[in-house]
Design a protein around this ligand. Structure first.
Ligand code: ADP
Ligand code: MG
Length: 637
């Protein structure tokens, strides 16, 4: 089973396959994934999911829309919607309009590439052999109302659109510098207690409460009180805490194979295959089309000594069998891969070597062990200096002799330390693959240290200026996508960055970009930096409402993101190069905007300008941006 996108209790109407079959309404638990919408019997008293009652494959869906409620509908049937597929409409009743909107929105998003999307639909119910809207008496009768947009607003052209999911309101302005209270995490999908998970990485316990993980082995989840550390049991009955991002729900069954790289995109795959530089090196990744898979293969055949990458989609036959270049069909993907490990059969060469970054790069854990945030400085070794920042020197080192870390040594008098130490506990809980992970702090000595994940390619700004020659449009956009995803997570946690810019992003060994230094500016003790008229204030990344009234919000982060995109597409130029800070405040408040960089086409530039809307509330959300950028990337691939 793939990842749950949504889950809710709804009333479902019986489908009345025959004109005379009685109508009934039953409460069912609905679960939406990228592949299916399934409904289950549900034990309300025990709060437990029971047997599967039915499901519809996403591929078969032709339309998802609201339905007009029946006349005199009871309270629990006020918010119906329909999922139209081959068997006709499936009618579902949501508890509130908001939930209904959320589901329709999400479902439109997952079906948007389906082949047979309808252009017309029936806005009212089919009851006892008649459509209440148009009185037609054939269930298959063409719809009587034109849909506003065939793809339900999810154009594949990356146009701007309204927010995808209602987000909690953004605090417009923070009144004090006290840290925000920890926010409840957004509704989590993924495994629940009792679920079986598979370890993707080895994990060596660092505290007595931790449990060792062995790659490929199964574990049972016992408790998920902390989002980052779950209590689990291994097959021998040992129990303890494991980093939640080291395991994956026993889902599509591919997780246990080393060649499967679940969350890898095209250019990351190319980077990895090129770095390995082996003819026949391959991996299998999720395709940009939901629910599909792609084989990425590196080859030096035909005298191509530098080597190049080919990408083959795994196709499905009408019988549900899998095949690659030629029609050698297999019931499962592992069988298909085994076959092509021995036979090229239409591909440029056979699949010779598994290339996987699993063994090499275990992801960061939130903290080094469950509940650990104070780090013993005796466990740190310093290897080399990385740079000098606002708070002093940053060094690369090892924790316990083996884990790479970056250590910020906070120059005395540069930070309001007590406030920061309080806040660090909140920051530790923020975990996303596009955020630089805070591992912990050393506060028992002076200077205090901040210990974070280490990213070997350093600061994004330097990377843009020095390491990229002739970057492809996909590569630049993927960098922006990485940042937008990290920021969408911060936005969902109502956490404001306040200093988003290329200099505050870092690049890892695979070329993935991660956002760093979120919220830190609140603890800087330096008027030049904190006052909006100070020489170090990020004026070039600030919208008018920050420059004029110090009004920070997720929408001021959005403005900064637009400027960061501009930095990416100019390969690290200084925004408003010819203007000084005073001129910028005046001109930007008067409507001046950055020009279109040569490498950015009109559509990329329109994303930037949307972020620079004069009115904060008219700017997109990060969640919008993730979708828009994803659509654009899909078109480029
Ligand atoms: P500050 O935010 O305190 O001003 P920076 O975070 O900019 O300091 O750090 C200074 C330099 O150190 C950066 O430009 C970058 O090159 C390097 N650096 C900082 N953190 C890391 C890290 N986690 N991994 C790798 N390099 C880092
Ligand atoms: Mg910084």
């Amino acid at each position: 089973m793939s990842e749950k996108l949504l889950e809710d209790l709804f009333i479902k109407r019986s489908q009345q396959k025959k004109k005379t079959s009685p109508l009934n309404y039953k409460e069912r638990l609905f679960i939406l994934t990228q592949e299916k919408i399934s409904y289950y019997d549900y034990d309300i008293e025990k709060g437990k999911k029971k047997g599967l009652k039915g499901s519809v494959e996403i591929e078969k869906i032709k339309c998802v829309e609201t339905v007009c409620p029946e006349e005199n509908a009871p309270a629990e049937r006020q918010f119906p919607f329909q999922i139209v597929y081959d068997d006709g409409p499936l009618y579902i009743f949501a508890k509130t309009d908001e939930i209904r909107r959320e589901w329709i929105h999400k479902m439109k998003q997952v079906v948007r590439f389906n082949k047979d999307l309808l252009q017309k639909y029936h806005p009212c119910f089919w009851v006892d052999g008649v459509w209440l809207c148009c009185q037609q008496e054939v269930k298959q009768a063409l719809g009587c109302r034109v849909l506003e947009t065939k793809n339900g607003g999810f154009s594949t052209k990356g146009s701007r659109r309204k927010s995808r999911k209602p987000l909690p309101p953004t605090p417009e302005e923070e009144k004090s510098s006290r840290p925000l209270p920890p926010q409840p995490p957004p509704r989590q999908s993924g495994p629940a207690p009792g679920a079986t998970v598979i370890a993707e990485y080895e994990y060596t316990p660092v505290t007595e409460q931790d449990l060792e993980l062995r790659k490929g082995e199964e574990y049972t989840i016992l408790e998920m009180v902390d989002t980052n550390w779950w209590r689990a049991r291994d097959k021998f009955g040992n129990e303890g805490y494991i980093p939640s991002n080291y395991v994956i729900e026993a889902g599509n069954g591919l997780e246990r194979f080393d060649w499967y790289c679940k969350n890898m995109n095209r250019s990351q795959a190319e980077n990895l295959l090129k770095a390995e530089n082996k003819d026949g090196g391959f991996l299998v990744r999720d395709s940009s089309k939901a629910g599909k898979y792609t084989v990425s293969l590196f080859t030096k055949s035909g005298g191509d000594t530098a080597g190049s990458c080919r990408h083959y989609n795994i196709c499905t036959s009408p019988q549900g069998l899998f095949y690659l270049a030629e029609k050698h069909n297999f019931a499962t993907i592992p069988e298909l891969i085994t076959y092509h490990q021995h036979n090229a059969a239409g591909m440029v060469c056979r699949l010779k070597y598994i290339v996987s970054n699993r063994a090499r790069n275990a992801p960061s854990t939130a903290g080094l062990g469950y509940g650990v945030w104070e780090i013993d400085p005796r466990h740190l070794t310093f290897i080399k200096e990385l740079g000098d920042g606002q708070f002093g020197v940053v060094k690369y080192g090892k924790w316990q002799g083996q884990h790479d870390v970056a250590i910020k040594m906070i120059k005395e008098g540069s930070m309001s330390e007590d406030d920061f130490i309080e806040e660090a506990k909140v920051m530790m809980k923020l975990r996303h693959e596009n955020l630089v992970q805070l591992y912990g702090v050393c506060t028992k000595q002076r200077p205090i240290y901040i210990v974070t994940e280490f990213l070997s390619n350093g600061c994004l700004l330097t990377y843009l200026r020095e390491s990229l020659n002739h970057p492809s449009p996909i590569l630049l956009l993927e960098m922006c996508k990485d940042v937008s995803e990290g920021m969408a997570y911060l936005e969902s946690q109502q956490y404001i960055h306040r200093d988003l810019a290329a200099r505050n992003c870092l690049v890892d060994a695979n070329g993935t970009v991660k956002v760093t230094d979120f919220g830190l500016s609140r603890y800087v003790l330096d008027d030049e930096y904190t006052s909006s008229v100070g020489s170090k204030f990020p004026v070039r990344w600030s919208p008018p409402e920050v420059l004029l009234y110090c009004k920070f919000s997720s929408k001021s982060d959005i403005w900064a993101f637009g400027v960061l995109m501009w930095e990416v597409y100019t390969l690290g130029r200084m925004p408003y190069e010819r203007l000084n800070n005073t001129e910028i405040v005046e001109k930007v408040s008067g409507g001046l905007r950055l020009y279109r960089p040569q490498l950015a086409n009109e559509r990329i530039y329109s994303i930037m300008t949307a972020c620079w809307h004069e009115k904060a509330e008219e700017r997109p959300t990060f969640q919008d941006l993730v979708g828009i950028i994803q659509d654009l990337l899909y078109e480029l691939q």
